[in-house]
Design a protein. Structure first.
Length: 219
């Protein structure tokens, strides 16, 4: 009888223990399951590499322009329209005639002796029908109006003369052009710079139309 008296108490303890135990399969689940991973920090943006500066074009040579000698009226005391003797006096040194056409209708007076190619000073005077109509400069002496010489930059010519410049494609130089400058004070002559593909002056001339636009000398 004493055993029967304690059985209900034991059952009660067992029932209470069963009720307080965690549900089957949940034991330790919260501890074993990791929480959400922290968000990864964004990679810092790689700054764009700075663009390499475009190298500036080296400045072209300039000379001292003598407006009393080189101008749109002629060369020194020799005016366009004057005869050969006046041109010789204006130059003041020996000149020799040279013709590309084989006739005396149009010819040049060249420096005597003729300068070698690339000489600093190289000038030739064109006469047509015995009249001074143009002169061509192939070196750095003398300087053209604006102080431009062989080797000067076309961009500087354009910046100096602005709207007075007309550009034309070169007849023979690939990528070349002519820069034709109109005088400021209405003279009839024109200043023509020949420009190569690199944008530099290779020769220039001043003279009356149409002769100043002849691209092959007298031809």
């Amino acid at each position: 009888m004493r055993h029967a008296k304690f059985l209900p108490g034991a059952l009660l303890v067992a029932v209470l223990a069963a009720c307080s135990a965690p549900p089957s399969g949940d034991t330790g689940a919260d501890a074993a399951t990791p929480g959400p991973a922290p968000a990864a920090s964004p990679e810092p943006a790689t700054p764009a590499a700075p663009e390499a500066p475009v190298p500036a074009q080296a400045a072209g040579p300039r000379g001292e322009h003598d407006a009393a000698v080189v101008n749109f009226r002629g060369f020194g005391p020799a005016s366009f329209g004057d005869g050969e003797e006046r041109v010789r006096q204006a130059w003041g040194r020996p000149l020799q005639p040279y013709t590309l056409t084989g006739t005396e209708l149009c010819y040049y007076l060249e420096m005597d002796p003729r300068p070698p190619q690339g000489a600093d000073e190289s000038v030739a005077f064109m006469l047509e029908e015995s009249k001074f109509v143009r002169y061509d400069v192939y070196g750095r002496v003398p300087a053209a109006p604006g102080g431009f010489v062989v080797g000067s930059l076309a961009s500087d010519v354009l910046a100096t003369f602005g709207s007075r410049v007309e550009e034309q494609p070169h007849k023979y130089l690939p990528g070349g052009r002519y820069l034709v400058v109109t005088p400021e004070y209405g003279e009839a002559a024109r200043l023509v710079f020949e420009i190569d593909a690199e944008g530099r002056v290779v020769q220039w001339r001043i003279g009356l139309p149409p002769q100043v636009f002849y691209v092959e000398g007298c031809a």
